[in-house]
Design a binder for this molecule. Structure first.
Ligand code: FAD
Ligand code: SF4
Length: 509
């Protein structure tokens, strides 16, 4: 009997383990656009369109490669994946389902525990080999470490892959990390190239019409739609980044600018996560640019660290710590997410710019996510589940295995510090230093206690003050507590009073 091979929307890679195991002459591929996955959180319309368009192109490619593909479109109204799979199973008489492990704990559990019975066939779950570190290898690495740190994991991965290593097993350039060189403010000197843009073909246009019709009121602009939707286009996006942006990636990695939503970032995460690009090949291509003297080491090392280090590290943590992980909330954050995260209607210029970019592109770069929308959520003490659902919904690259550790761990410090020993809390001064936002903002960044003072300033001190017991003894935070202690009491009171006023009505910031 034939077997069914289920391919999920973020598994669009011809080298997928389930395809490697299957046989085109005998087995059938199943792909499905299902309503349940669109509504699980209110995904950005561009994200839905991107995934459906990429899925349809991938199905066409598999058919060209000789596979039989059962493709279920959204208008066939299958509520969830098992509905679609049941239709194919009945039609084919298949007795086994092959699937590469999904990137979400909830779905993996359902596959293991409910699907065999629901589908009336065995379910074989294969490892996802698109990652550079297996979940078992990560577990082995993390075991016995009191506090796992990304930096040490990254060094292990550099050694394991040989990326940017010399013949003696030492890091090229004599250092593992060039972060200190990567903190320039953007001065407009080098014009950012922006991501490569593609014109939608007939297949993509059909998807855009479907998404417009089905989700007329959802968050997120559908047009202009310029994402790559095939492996070839994603490769062209990678080349475009390597040629034009990588040389400056390091210098401006932490910068923000109101004139440019992308700066020198790669805008490749959605393609890597969906399977259109292979992470190791991306790292190797970047390494080549350094070896050919086309990009400096601080840029190439910084870029490779994001993929080989951070991306693999958060994935390892996710599978190590789920399902308890998603319940963590160690700073006891319970405030409702302000509506302006969706509407963008806030006087805070840095925030309205981040939300605008998010709405337009289903993208904001890392510093906007971490130091603007993330930092504000941390300082306000927004409920961890609400802010998690927001990040999962609004970005085209958002899948739970990568989004949850970044939100819950890196931004909200809700896990006690797997992604940073201290929280990334910062006042308006940081945003002022790294961007041009504050000049056009009605709030005054130089003040913390006046009525028009920058909200980040008083909220920052309020955060420091209210979490004193947890962080006061932290070696990297004691200076901050000393500075707070040295301030005149009247000034401290005025700052806290300003923060209390803001916290009473965060909707109107
Ligand atoms: P670049 O700056 O060009 O970086 C290169 C690549 O490195 C990215 O494409 C990505 O694959 C990888 N990378 C960089 N930083 C991280 C990181 N912290 N974790 C994992 N991979 C990283 N990334 C996602 O892919 N999906 C998410 O859902 C997601 N949610 C996030 C939520 C929050 C609150 C924060 C602070 C970060 C989140 N990130 C997420 C990480 C990061 O912001 C994005 O990967 C990055 O902005 C994508 O843009 P880029 O491709 O231009 O990245
Ligand atoms: Fe953001 Fe404060 Fe600067 Fe306004 S003044 S842009 S709120 S950091």
């Amino acid at each position: 009997a034939p077997r069914l091979i289920l391919i999920l929307g973020d598994q669009l890679s011809p080298h997928l383990s389930s395809l490697a195991e299957g046989d085109p002459a005998r087995d059938r591929v199943v792909m499905a656009e299902v309503a349940g996955e669109c509504d699980y959180v209110p995904h950005h319309r561009k994200k839905i369109a991107f995934l459906f368009a990429a899925m349809r192109h991938f199905a066409d490619r598999l058919r060209q490669d000789g596979w039989r593909v059962d493709y279920y479109t959204l208008d066939q109204d299958h509520q969830d994946l098992t509905d679609a799979l049941l239709a194919s199973r009945r039609d084919s008489g298949a007795r086994q389902l092959l699937v590469t492990a999904p990137g979400e704990w909830r779905l993996l559990e359902a596959m293991k525990r409910q699907w065999p019975q629901k589908l009336g066939c065995t379910v074989r779950i294969l490892d996802d080999r698109r990652f550079l570190c297996t979940t078992e290898a990560f577990r082995d690495w993390a075991e016995g470490r009191k506090q796992p740190r990304m930096e040490y994991f990254y060094r292990t991965m550099r050694r394991a892959t040989g990326l940017l290593m010399d013949a003696d097993g030492q890091p090229l350039g004599g250092r593992w990390n060039f972060d200190k060189e990567n903190r320039k403010r953007f001065d407009g000197e080098a014009p950012p190239p922006g991501p490569k843009r593609f014109t939608p073909d007939a297949t993509t246009r059909e998807v855009l019409e479907l998404v417009e019709a089905r989700f007329p009121d959802r968050f997120g602009d559908l047009q202009p739609f310029w994402f790559a939707v095939t492996e070839e286009q994603a490769q062209a996006s990678l080349s475009h980044f390597l040629d034009h942006a990588l040389p400056h990636f390091g210098d401006y990695q932490d910068a923000m600018d109101s004139g440019d939503d992308f700066l020198f970032h790669s805008v490749l995460s959605q393609y890597i996560n969906a399977g259109l690009l292979d992470p190791l090949a991306v790292c190797e291509a970047a390494e080549q640019r350094y070896l050919q003297d086309k990009a400096p080491l601080n840029a190439v090392e910084g870029f490779i660290r994001q993929i080989l280090g951070w991306r693999e590290y958060v994935r390892g943590l996710y599978w190590l710590l789920m399902p308890d992980y998603r319940e963590e909330n160690r700073l006891a954050s319970h405030r409702d997410l302000p509506w302006f995260y969706w509407s963008g209607e806030t006087r805070m210029r840095c925030v309205s710019e981040a939300v605008r970019a998010t709405r337009e592109h289903a993208y904001a770069h890392h510093i906007q996510r971490l130091m603007v929308t993330g930092n504000l959520a941390l300082l306000l003490g927004v409920d961890v589940k609400q802010i998690h659902e927001w990040y999962l919904a609004v970005y085209a690259d958002a899948f739970e295995w990568v989004e949850l550790p970044n939100t819950l761990g890196m931004v909200m410090h809700a896990d006690g510090g797997y992604l940073g020993s201290k929280p990334y809390a910062a006042s308006g001064k940081y945003i002022q230093r790294m961007s041009d936002y504050c000049g056009d903002c009605p709030y005054k960044v130089s003040s913390a206690e006046e009525d028009n003072s920058c909200p980040f300033n008083s909220l920052y001190w309020h955060f420091i003050h209210r979490h004193r017991r947890r962080f006061e003894k932290h070696p990297r935070m004691s200076m901050i507590y000393k500075a707070w202690g040295r301030m005149a009491e009247s000034k401290r009171d005025a700052i806290l009073a300003r923060a209390d006023t803001l916290l009473e009505d965060p909707e109107h910031l």
